[in-house]
Design a protein around this ligand. Structure first.
Ligand code: ADE
Ligand code: ZN
Length: 340
C-alpha cells in the first residue's frame, strides 16, 4: 500500500458531518424490522442494497425516511449508534459530531426521550470503551413547517446538557435557511450553537442566508459557494468550516464524477474544508473510504491530506483545551509518520 493511503488509515481523525440514521446498514435494517415486527418494502438485504441508487437528494431522502421506520426503542438507537462508533474506533477516529433527526421519529410516535436516551448511552459507552469524544447536533427537517421545528426546539431545551448544537437538513431546494430564522434565533438564545446544510443542491444564496440569518458556525456541504467569489472571500476571511462529503456528492449526483469534485478548488481558495461521510451506509463508505476516494480521484498529496485531517479537529466544537490536546496528538502523529 502506498504511503498516503497508510497515512489516511492510520492518522487520528474527527468526523463532523454524520447523520446517525444514515449509518443504518441493510443487515441491521432487516434485524430491527424483525425485532420490532415492522414490515419493510424489501424482501431481503440485497433488495435493500438495490434501492440505494439515487438520482437526487430527494430520491435518497425517500429511502432514508422509510428505512428509519425500523428504529423504535432506545435499544435500537443505542445499537445503531454503537455500531457506528465501533467502526470509527477501528478507523482511528477520535472525535465525532453526530446529527440526529428527531422529527423523523416523533412523527411516527417515537418519543424524543426514547431517541435521545439511546444515543446518549451509546456515546457515553464509546467514551468509556474507546476514548471517542462526541457532540450531538439536533437537526430540523427543513421540508416541515416552522411550527414543527419550534415544537422540536422546545423538546431540545429540556435536554440542553446532551445537545450541543442545532442544524438544518432534508430537502434543500425551495426550503431556504431564512424559513427557519426565528427558530434558529430562539435556539441561539437558548445557548445552542448553529450549523446548517447549505449549497449542497441549493444556490450560493442559501449559504449566505445560513451565515446571515442562522448565524451558523459551520456550513454543511457548501460546495456551491464556489459559484460566488465574494462569498468565498467571506468564508475564507471568517475561517468558516465546510463539512464536505465526497461519496455523498457522488451518489446523489451533486458531483457524479469525483475527478471533477470541487474539494481541491475549495482548498486552493483557502477555505477550511473537512472530509466527512454524511450517510455512509447509503453512500457506500465511512470516513476513511471518503478520504481514500477523494485522495485517489484528485491525486491529493500528503500536505493536502494533513490539512484536511487537521481541519477536522480545528473545526470541531471541542472546548479549547480538548481541541489543543487533539491537535497536539494529530501533529505528533504526522511528524512521526514516515513515508516508507
Ligand atoms: N439528511 C441526511 N442526509 C442528508 C443530506 N446529505 N442532505 C440533506 N439532508 C440529509
Ligand atoms: Zn448531511
Amino acid at each position: 500500500m502506498d504511503a498516503i493511503r497508510r497515512l489516511i488509515k492510520a492518522m487520528p481523525k474527527a468526523e463532523l458531518h454524520l447523520h446517525i440514521e444514515g449509518t443504518l446498514e441493510p443487515e441491521m435494517m432487516m434485524q430491527l424490522a424483525v425485532r420490532n415486527g415492522i414490515k419493510l418494502p424489501y424482501a431481503d438485504v440485497e433488495a435493500i442494497r438495490r434501492a440505494f441508487a439515487f438520482g437526487s437528494l430527494q430520491d435518497f431522502l425517500d429511502v432514508y425516511y422509510a428505512g428509519m421506520s425500523v428504529l423504535v426503542t432506545s435499544r435500537d438507537f443505542f445499537d445503531l449508534a454503537f455500531a457506528y462508533l465501533t467502526r470509527m474506533h477501528a478507523e482511528n477516529v477520535r472525535h465525532v459530531e453526530i446529527f440526529f433527526d428527531p422529527q423523523g421519529h416523533t412523527s411516527r410516535g417515537i418519543s424524543f426521550d426514547t431517541v435521545l436516551s439511546g444515543l446518549v448511552d451509546a456515546l457515553e459507552r464509546a467514551k468509556r470503551d474507546y476514548g471517542i469524544t462526541s457532540k450531538l447536533i439536533m437537526c430540523f427537517l427543513r421540508h416541515l413547517p416552522e411550527d414543527d421545528a419550534f415544537v422540536t426546539l422546545k423538546q431540545a431545551c429540556r435536554c440542553k446538557e446532551h445537545i450541543f448544537a442545532v442544524g438544518l437538513d432534508s430537502s434543500e431546494k425551495a426550503h431556504p435557511p431564512s424559513k427557519f430564522s426565528r427558530v434558529f434565533r430562539e435556539a441561539r438564545e437558548n445557548g445552542f450553537v448553529t450549523v446548517a446544510h447549505a449549497g449542497e443542491e441549493g444556490p450560493p444564496s442559501y449559504v449566505c442566508e445560513a451565515l446571515d440569518d442562522l448565524e451558523v458556525k459551520r456550513v454543511d456541504h457548501g460546495n456551491r459557494a464556489l459559484e460566488d467569489a465574494s462569498l468565498v472571500q467571506r468564508l475564507v476571511r471568517d475561517e468558516i468550516p465546510m463539512t464536505v462529503c465526497p461519496l455523498s456528492n457522488q451518489r446523489l449526483q451533486v458531483c457524479p464524477d469525483l475527478t471533477q469534485h470541487p474539494l481541491r478548488r475549495m482548498l486552493k481558495a483557502g477555505m477550511r474544508v473537512t472530509v466527512n461521510s454524511d450517510d455512509p451506509s447509503y453512500f457506500g463508505g465511512y470516513l476513511t473510504d471518503n478520504f481514500l476516494a477523494i485522495q485517489s480521484a484528485l491525486s491529493l498529496d500528503r500536505s493536502e491530506i494533513v490539512t484536511l485531517g487537521r481541519n477536522a479537529f480545528l473545526s470541531s466544537f471541542m472546548d479549547d483545551a480538548d481541541k489543543q490536546a487533539a491537535l497536539d496528538a494529530f501533529n505528533a502523529f504526522v511528524a512521526g509518520f514516515g513515508d516508507s
